[in-house]
Each structure stands twice: as C-alpha cells, then as structure tokens.
Design a protein around this ligand. Structure first.
Ligand code: CAA
Ligand code: FAD
Length: 380
C-alpha cells in the first residue's frame, strides 16, 4: 500500500495552494461582503488548466487523475468553499456526464469549451418538491419533431445564471418512476429557459444558487444525453463520484479551520500561558486533527479507486458523510478555540462554520448517504 503522492500530484497541490493563497483569499473577502460571483477567478482557473483536470487531452482537458482533481478542490476550499464548489459542480456533475454518457458529437461540441473554462457547467436534478427523493421530479420533456419540449422547475442550482450548460433531468415517461427520467444538455440561451433570482444563503457567498424555470423550453433532440429513460442512472452514476468532490471540499474547510485554530492556540495567552498549553485545549485540537486525518484517508481512498477505474460509490458516500460531519465538528470547535473572537467576522472561522453546514446537505444529505451505504451492505 502506497500512501504517498506522485510528483505530478504534489505539483498540482503546490500550484493550487499558491493560487488559492495569492488570488482566491483576496477574492473570498470580496465575495463574503458582496455575494458576487468570482468570474475573474473562474477565468484564471481555466488558464491554469483547473477546469478540466480529469478530462482527456483529446477533448482539451489536462488529463490528470481523479486524485489530482480532488487535491485541487481541497486546496481551493481551504481558502474559499464557494470557489471549491464552483469547480466541483462544474467538473464532477457538470462536465463528467458528457464525458461518460455523451455521443462523440456531444463530446467534441461541449468538452473542449468546458475543459478550458470558456463554458461553466451546472447540474439540475433537484426540484422544489423533489430533493432527496429525486425520482419524484415533476419536470417533463415531450418529444415534438426534432426537439424535446421541457416544462417545470428546478431548485438550488449551483452556478445558476452563471453557467453556460446545464445537465437537466426531466421525465419523458412520467408513469415510469425513476426509469422515466431522461437527461439533457441545455444551453443557457435555449428558448424557454429562465434563471430565477438567487437564494440568500447562510454561507457559500459568491457561489450562486438559483431556481430554474422551463416554459416550453426547446431542446434539440441531439442534446438528449444517453438514451431516453437512462437519466436517473446517469444522475446517480455521476453523484457516485461527485460526492468525493464534496468530501474534498469538506476537508479543505476543516483544514482551514484547524490551521487557524492551531495558530491562535499558540498565540493567545490566558492565565499567563498560550491557551494551547492547557490540556483542555490541546485535547480538543488533538481530536480535531484526528477527525481531519480520518476524513482525509476515506476521501483519498475513494479518489484513488476512481483514478484506477474501480467502483467507488460506497466509499464516496462514506467519505462525503464522514468528511462533512468532521468539517462541521472541526469548525464548531475552532470557534470555541477562538472564544468570543471566533464569533466575530474578524477571523475566518465563523465563515468556515457557516460554509461547513451545507456539505452535510448537498449532493445527497447525510441521511441519504446512510441509505446509500446501507444498501451496499443489505441490498446489493
Ligand atoms: N449508482 C448507480 N445506480 C443507482 C444508484 C447509485 N448510487 N442509486 C440508485 N441507482 C439505481 C438503482 O440500481 C435502480 O436501478 P434498477 O431499477 O435498474 O435496479 C434505480 O437507480 C432506482 O434506485 P432506487 O429505487 O434505489 O431509487 P430511489 O428513488 O429509492 O432513490 C436515492 C435512491 C439514493 C435516495 C436517490 O434518490 C438519491 O441519491 N437522492 C439524493 C439526491 C441527490 O444526491 N441530489 C444531489 C443533487 S446535486 C447537488 O446537490 C450538487 C451540489 O449540491 C453542489
Ligand atoms: P429534503 O429532501 O426535503 O430533506 C429534508 C430532511 O429530511 C433532510 O434532513 C433529509 O436528510 C431528510 N430526509 C429526506 N428523506 C429521508 C429519508 N428517506 N430518510 C431519512 N431522512 C430523510 N441540487 C442540484 O440538483 N444541483 C445543484 O447544483 C445543487 N446545488 C445546491 C447548492 C446548495 C447551496 C444547496 C443548499 C442545495 C443544492 N442542491 C442542488 C440541492 C440539494 O442536493 C438538496 O437540497 C438535497 O438533496 C436535499 O433536498 P431537500 O433540500 O429538498 O431536502
């Protein structure tokens, strides 16, 4: 068993850490104040080759392994969870469905633009009435001549209004449950496609989350992804690996909070000595660091399986569930280490705490991850 990174992976980690500390950190402050989407950062990520890390070179990507991609998400999220999720959604569920299920024409048309960052990708599965129970979606797609006509609405779409392409799921056969769902590549300017005003969120400021509305939206038949009825499997297959991206985002948030807490515990003095010298504080930091390391091992294991082309659904759900819970616990404790100062905006730990919460909710809540993991042992 080899637990060391390759030279290429270490290079990626160093490069993204430098970019995150030099560029993203400054943008994160601005995003926090204004909730503005970081368009310039996305452009720079494209120039650095980050928007297509695991995409083959023949489609314009960097053709690096999945573990390198996971390292990049972690490094970005250590500084800004919002930038981390923009990249994760773009790649894992916004681009990969085309790579794995697209026709050659679809790959040639969309992948080079997505991999270079000229296009930003999004994924539209959830609906106002169908979140965890994704198969209960109400959006429909009816074939009429050389178009599908989509009607309905989607909720909580990351990069809504900023993305150029949306992988949209709709029912071509509403009577067939999950087997009646189909997937489509929808471009932002297709007639009948509308982006609704963005949500006002607790955290992840700068990452747009919007509802979408489809009113007789015309999608050319050649933009059906996979076959009719294959949509639910496409969604689940991409979430299987996508969830590792959220695990990596959680790791980044946890690492940012842990680094800040350790530095503060060394510097802040009470009772004549640094608070880190008190056993009550050092035990806390030891627990935080141990949870972080355990989350790291689960996440890197899942990423390594994907890099080697092996099934990783169970490990991805375990990594997402454990790492997001670890991030919540570590960020909560980080605020405690900072005392009253941790409760103010003077330090970044309160932002890490607010950003950590959503990792327990999206890409399948942690209750849903329990179901997925349980099914691996009890059903399959
Ligand atoms: N991988 C592959 N196939 C899967 C699968 C998986 N993980 N889970 C289910 N399937 C297949 C099943 O094998 C089954 O196929 P067959 O009928 O051919 O056997 C079919 O899909 C239906 O399976 P179920 O009956 O188990 O489906 P269900 O309706 O009970 O739902 C669920 C299962 C796991 C709860 C699923 O609905 C789910 O994952 N829900 C959570 C939704 C989610 O994760 N949304 C994330 C949106 S994206 C996002 O959030 C992005 C972001 O925040 C940044
Ligand atoms: P519900 O499904 O209504 O769940 C409410 C509660 O009930 C949760 O605690 C849940 O765990 C629990 N629950 C539900 N069913 C069960 C069960 N069977 N057993 C036990 N407990 C259960 N979606 C997209 O498609 N694309 C995106 O890009 C996207 N980005 C997002 C960004 C943000 C910031 C947020 C907040 C959400 C995003 N989502 C996105 C949606 C996200 O995936 C859903 O919010 C999530 O799947 C939960 O759905 P819900 O909010 O409808 O909650």
């Amino acid at each position: 068993m080899n637990l060391t990174w390759t030279d290429e992976q270490q290079m990626m980690k160093r490069m993204v850490r430098q970019f995150a500390e030099e560029k993203v950190a400054k943008a994160a402050e601005h995003m926090e104040e204004t909730d503005e989407f970081p368009r310039e950062i996305v452009k720079e990520m494209g120039e650095l080759g980050l928007m297509g890390i695991p995409i083959p070179e023949k489609y314009g990507g960097s053709e690096m392994d999945y573990a390198s991609y996971i390292l990049a998400i972690q490094e970005l999220s250590r500084v800004s969870a919002a930038v981390g999720v923009i990249l994760s959604v773009h790649t894992s569920v916004g681009t990969n469905p085309i790579l794995y299920f697209g026709t050659e024409e679809q790959k040639k048309k969309y992948l080079p633009k997505l991999a270079s960052g000229e296009y930003l990708g999004a994924f539209a599965l959830s609906e106002p009435g169908a979140g965890s129970d994704a198969a209960a979606m109400k959006t429909t797609a009816k074939k009429q001549g050389d178009h599908y006509i989509l009607n309905g609405s989607k909720a909580w779409i990351t990069s809504g209004g900023e993305a150029d392409t949306y992988i949209v799921f709709a029912k071509t056969d509403p009577s067939a449950g999950s087997k009646g769902v189909s997937a489509f590549i929808v471009e932002k300017d297709f007639p009948g496609f509308h982006v609704m005003p963005k949500e006002k969120k607790m955290g992840l400021h700068g990452s747009n989350t919007t509802p979408l509305s489809f009113e007789d939206c015309q999608v050319p038949v050649e933009n059906l992804l996979g076959k009719e009825g294959q949509g639910f499997k496409i969604a689940m297959a991409n979430l299987n690996t996508g969830r590792i991206g959220i695990a990596a985002q959680s790791l980044g948030i946890a690492e940012g909070a842990l680094d800040a807490a350790v530095a503060y515990a060394k510097e802040r003095k009470q009772f004549g000595k640094p608070i880190g010298m008190m056993q009550g504080m050092s035990f806390k930091l030891a627990d935080m660091a141990t949870m972080y390391e355990a989350a790291k091992l689960l996440t890197y294991q899942a990423a390594d399986l994907v890099s080697r082309g092996l099934p990783a659904g169970k490990q991805a759900s375990m990594a997402k569930m454990y790492a997001s819970d670890a991030a919540m616990k570590i960020t909560t404790e980080a605020i405690q280490v900072f005392g009253g100062y941790g409760y103010t905006k003077e330090y970044p730990v309160e932002r890490f705490f607010r950003d950590a919460k959503v990792t327990q909710i999206y890409e399948g809540t942690n209750e849903i991850q329990h179901i997925v993991i349980g099914n691996h042992y009890l059903r399959d």
